[in-house]
Design a protein around this ligand. Structure first.
Ligand SMILES: *Cc1c(COP(=O)(O)O)cnc(C)c1O
Length: 362
């Protein structure tokens, strides 16, 4: 007899998210360049705030996230009342899907877009719609052409993951202005802090009623283990998301560390500068040994190999040298490796291993 207990349609179509690997059998020193983590770690002030939180573990966290929202509002010059904090920005992405998209509704993202968009759309019972890009760059015209009266959400990360490419502000404004009336544009700014002077779409959020921005403490702030992200949008949308939010969705330690991290503007700028320095070095070194990549705006490089077999072989050679990067077949990029920019040692070990590999395969 078939099992009568079944989930809602869509759930069994989800391919569970796979995080970057972190261990290699038999190798003690591993360089994990697979999850776009900050090799320098979080601000020392964030670590101190986390440790201080150990003194009050019996207490529920501040369900209003007042200190963190105030800190974000100060640093980014935004309205604290239109900020919402999540258990990672993934939680903000899933609220948007659950609140605005269900059976019969379409959720758009692009062919190399972040996998959580599809997962959250399916979990909400909506129909995921994958739209083509142009040479690994999100194409606003293709997105606009794919919209219709069923479109509820359009997700795009800027800079994008795993391509590392960006869409310019004028194109984003055109996309927001061209969406059907019931659709929301979600700008995922997980890597925004790696781009000096970039506002991540804040001005567009403020100018319109149909744009939401998401941000995270998992990347430049180096707090991936604590799971803190945030969203900023029109009051009406933030009100909807707050109704779905668990009252204590972010832990006291997470709130304290994130608050200290966002206020430590100097440390963030240091991490931004180090990333640019080593990203540029890595990109030039890769090009010199015949591995092309697009201009990279985040803290990772999408290295292109001749074909899938060569990408697999490069991955194996790196693992043998203790370096874990990320194969991105699941993102329709079978001939590529996504390489997180490590610290100096990580970058040099990676380049030495890849140089040996390319000499061997020439
Ligand atoms: C890493 C990443 C996130 C961040 O997720 P968190 O849940 O905040 O850790 C969101 N979007 C993209 C594109 C990412 O790469």
């Amino acid at each position: 007899m078939p099992n009568a207990i079944q989930p809602k349609p869509g759930i069994m179509q989800i391919k569970p998210y796979k995080g970057g690997e972190s261990v290699l059998g038999g190798i003690s020193k591993v360089y994990k360049l697979s999850s776009n983590e900050n090799p320098l770690g979080p601000s020392p002030r964030a670590i101190a705030a986390f440790q201080a939180a150990a003194g009050s573990l019996e207490r529920y966290p501040d369900g209003d996230h007042a200190d963190l929202r105030a800190a974000i509002a100060d640093v980014h010059g935004v309205d604290a009342d239109r900020l919402i904090c999540g258990d990672g920005s993934d939680e903000v992405i899933s609220w948007l899907c659950y609140a605005y998209a269900g059976a019969g509704d379409e959720v758009l993202f692009t062919e190399h877009g972040f996998s959580m968009y599809r997962i959250c759309a399916l979990a909400a019972g909506a129909t995921p719609v994958e739209v083509g890009e142009t040479n690994r760059v999100v194409d606003v015209d293709k997105l606009l052409a794919a919209t219709n009266d069923k479109t509820r959400l359009v997700f795009l990360a800027n800079p994008a993951n795993p391509t590392g490419t960006m869409v310019n502000a004028a194109d984003l404004a055109r996309l927001a202005a061209g969406l059907p009336p019931r659709a929301i544009l979600v700008l995922d700014g997980a890597y925004a802090e790696f781009v000096p002077g970039f506002d991540a779409g804040l001005a567009l959020v403020d100018a319109r009623q149909n744009v939401v921005m998401t941000r995270t403490f998992s990347k430049i702030y180096g707090l991936g283990s604590l799971r803190v992200g945030w969203g900023y949008g029109p009051a009406a949308i933030i009100d909807v998301l707050n109704r779905m939010r668990g009252p204590f969705n972010v832990s006291t330690a997470g709130l304290a560390a994130a608050t200290a991290a966002v206020r430590d503007v100097e440390y963030m700028a240091h991490c931004q500068a180090e990333n640019i320095k080593w990203r540029d070095w890595l990109q030039a070194e890769l090009a010199a040994i015949g591995i092309p990549s697009d201009p990279a705006f985040g803290n990772f490089i999408l290295a292109r190999f001749r074909d899938e077999a060569e990408a697999n072989a490069a991955d194996a050679a790196l693992r043998a040298a203790g370096v874990i990067t990320r194969l991105v077949k699941g993102y329709n990029l079978p001939n590529c490796l996504r390489i997180t920019v490590g610290d100096e040692e990580g970058c040099r070990v990676l380049m030495a291993a890849l140089t040996r590999f390319m000499e061997g395969s020439a």
